[in-house]
Design a protein around this ligand. Structure first.
Ligand code: CP3
Length: 348
């Protein structure tokens, strides 16, 4: 049976409508935990694979075929659009994005070009191919497009690589607010165009990853970050697709991340859903099983998953996910069991 995508469990939950089962997908469901991913990536650098429409399509479909999850997440990376506009960066295995010349001055910001959809033809092509393929997978599976939120992308540009404290980023934010504002406008624009390109090609929903926003106080988030994320979310909202807004360690920011313009607030595993739900108000929630629980005995994992589903019932809508990305050493068979458990959990 083919269900119009509009009536898929994922999109219904995002809109807060009654669902036949709790929809489930996993952040980083495509990637190193899958032997079929390691096989097609052999000898191909991460960013090269993100610029090859056939590989993007194959890698995006791998976890959908294997698990029958309720959504595909577009295979790319939050720094890909920066690469596309000419920023000298690489994704170093086991490290993450590394930027050759970190951004420190207004001139550095101005040197970053704007993104146009024509610069990423492989994105448009891969999304179109995927939407065509996914229409008949498990009766119709929506594709989630994504981008990095301005703060998280800016952190890589300013630090020059992954960072725990984001000290250089915050020093720029506090010490040079004009440069900060210009940088955030630039990266917000790049992320908005990246999302618009995916939606124009057929993505059914988007997720804005502000993975490192948890480094900020609520007041600084409101002043330095929220207006920029809000502009990105407003631009894609105008295209009529649901927007998921996710960050790590954001217990103190969940209300503000919702108010930035999300339909669904992604919650990491540290914040129990029963605490998160009153904070997000009339929005749906996504999450939030501790990603390490897949290493526990199956019955322990499913018992905890049941608790997440039960807590999620108090929300306007609930999309099941892990509280952050799939850990590369995860056993795919355990994720298959988790998917099956969530999709067959009785809601009535
Ligand atoms: O399956 C999916 O979720 C879709 C693909 C996806 C990737 N990156 C692929 C990837 C998505 C949605 C992202 C987003 C992303 N990239 C975020 C936000 C999500 C989050 O985890 O909070 C961030 C912070 C990045 C930056 C980044 N890129 C990191 C931290 C890493 C990991 C570094 C490492 O090697 O451990 C990457 C590389 C990356 N992006 C990989 C994948 C599958 C691993 C590279 C590889 O397989 O060689």
């Amino acid at each position: 049976m083919t269900v119009p995508l509009h009536d898929s469990a994922l999109l219904k939950a995002a809109r807060g409508e009654k669902v036949p089962h709790t929809p489930v997908w996993f952040m980083r469901q495509a990637g190193r935990s899958l032997p079929e991913y390691l096989k097609v990536r052999e000898g191909i650098a991460m960013l090269d694979s993100c610029m090859n429409a056939e590989l993007i399509t194959e890698i995006t479909l791998q976890p959908v075929r294997r698990y029958g999850v309720d959504a595909a997440i577009f295979f790319s990376d939050i720094v890909l659009p920066l690469k596309a506009v000419g920023v000298d960066l690489d994704i170093v295995p086991g490290v993450g994005p590394v930027v050759a010349s970190p951004v420190r001055t207004l001139a550095d910001v101005e040197a970053i070009a704007d993104l146009t959809p024509e610069q990423v033809p492989y994105i448009t092509r891969a999304v179109r191919d995927l939407v065509g393929e996914l229409a008949s997978v498990n009766g119709g599976t929506p594709l989630i497009g994504f981008a990095g939120a301005p703060f998280t992308v800016a952190s890589y540009l300013v630090e020059g690589g992954p960072s725990k404290e984001h000290a250089k980023t915050k020093a720029l934010m506090f010490g040079a607010p004009d440069v900060w504002d210009a940088l955030m406008r630039k990266v917000a624009d790049v992320s908005a165009v990246f999302l618009e390109t995916q939606v124009a090609a057929g993505a059914s929903a988007v997720q804005l990853f502000d993975s490192w926003a948890g480094a900020l106080t609520p007041a600084d988030y409101v002043r330095f970050v929220q207006p920029h994320s809000a502009r990105v979310l407003e631009r894609v909202g105008a295209l009529g697709v649901p927007r998921i807004h996710f960050g790590v360690g954001t217990t103190n920011l969940l209300d503000l991340m919702g108010e930035a313009g999300a339909d669904v607030v992604g919650v990491d595993w540290r914040t129990p859903l029963d605490r998160a739900i009153p904070l997000v108000g009339d929005r749906s929630v996504q999450g939030n099983l501790d990603p390490t629980l897949v290493f526990a005995p199956t019955e322990v994992m499913t018992e905890r998953a049941a608790a997440v589903i039960e807590a999620g019932r108090a929300a306007r809508g609930h999309i099941f996910n892990l509280g952050h990305g799939v850990i590369p050493s995860t056993d795919p068979d355990q994720l298959a069991r988790l998917t099956e458990f969530v999709q067959s959990y009785p809601l009535d």
